[in-house]
Design a protein around this ligand. Structure first.
Ligand code: C2E
Ligand code: CA
Ligand code: CA
Ligand code: CA
Length: 275
């Protein structure tokens, strides 16, 4: 009897320990936040560098748990590891589509990009869920761009297929954080995307005399040869803006110099005033 009691007690202690662990893990907290629809979205404008006019915006997810703001760089990898990323993507999408009505009233040509992960890209159900939601929200696929990382194209065959399908439906596809991965010119040609977003690590070296800068004109040339759109990330200063303006090719820019990510209401005002 005592032996059995001890075993039961041990099992109970283990269960309590597991429950506590679960309560504390970031993944479990995120699952809860998803259930309660606690994730929100902010919007950062993207400008045409040459004409200094806003063209579109990127949606960025935000999570405040109690009083703690948990940055996406922390929780997105957790979501990817713990099978929650598809729910995160769909909750961002729902938010964006709900906000889109107001943006489109301010400017009916307004476009927005969302970030998607590898798991979304190669999931055939994602493309259908996307189209269904767009139809319900009365938003055209041309108005919703998708940013994917080089990493998410590692499964090349599946990625190429998925990109073809999504582009055929009208979505623009951008390779995010370009230059931080392994993409070569040939590789980019095969992927058949609409554009690249040059990673902010390149922008940050401008004006510092770093050799990394010397690669930037080559990336821009390559993109031009491949007929790809170019967006430069992380433009914080006029010096950085001037550098890219000086490359004499159409380039879009995004960064604090143009505007930090803002709420949907603030974005709507911006669209009304400037777009
Ligand atoms: P990202 O897609 O490369 O997004 C750009 C990040 O740079 C954002 O950080 C943005 O706030 C920040 N940023 C913008 N302008 C500047 C600037 O001038 N200087 C500097 N230093 N930073 C700037 P954020 O919002 O913290 O997002 C971090 C990353 O988390 C994103 O990088 C993206 O990889 C991921 N992420 C964000 N939202 C989502 C989402 O809805 N879904 C997925 N799958 N990933 C997301
Ligand atoms: Ca992005
Ligand atoms: Ca990026
Ligand atoms: Ca990034």
């Amino acid at each position: 009897i005592t032996g059995l009691g001890g075993t039961l007690g041990g099992a109970l202690a283990l269960i309590i320990l597991l429950l506590q662990r679960k309560r504390l893990s970031l993944g479990a907290r995120l699952a809860q936040a998803l259930d309660k629809r606690r994730l929100t979205v902010v919007y950062q404008p993207i400008f045409d560098i040459g004409t200094n006019t806003p063209r579109s915006a990127e949606a960025l997810v935000r999570w405040v748990d109690g009083k703690e703001a948990i940055p996406p760089d922390i929780f997105i990898p957790v979501a990817e590891d713990e099978g929650l990323i598809k729910r995160v993507t769909l909750s961002v999408l729902d938010r964006v589509l709900a906000d889109m009505t107001a943006f489109l009233q301010a400017d009916r040509t307004f476009r927005i990009n969302i970030n998607i992960s590898a798991a979304d890209l190669i999931d055939p159900a994602f493309a259908s869920a996307l189209e269904q939601r767009l139809r319900q929200a009365n938003v055209r696929s041309e108005q919703l761009g998708l940013e994917i990382t080089e990493r998410s194209t590692a499964n090349a065959a599946a990625a190429v297929d998925a990109i073809r399908t999504l582009r055929a439906r009208g979505h623009r596809i951008y390779i995010d954080d370009f230059g931080t991965g392994y993409s070569s010119l040939a590789y980019l040609g095969n992927l058949n995307v609409d554009g690249i977003k040059i990673d902010k690590s390149f922008t940050q070296t401008i004006g510092t005399g770093s050799v990394t800068v010397s690669i930037v004109p080559q990336i821009v040339d390559m993109a031009r040869v491949l007929n790809l759109g170019i967006v430069v990330e992380g433009i914080e200063t006029a010096t950085q803006r001037d550098y890219f303006a000086g490359l004499q090719t159409p380039i879009d820019g995004q960064g604090w110099f143009y505007g930090k990510p803002v709420s949907a209401a603030a974005m709507q005002e911006l669209v009304q005033e400037k777009f």
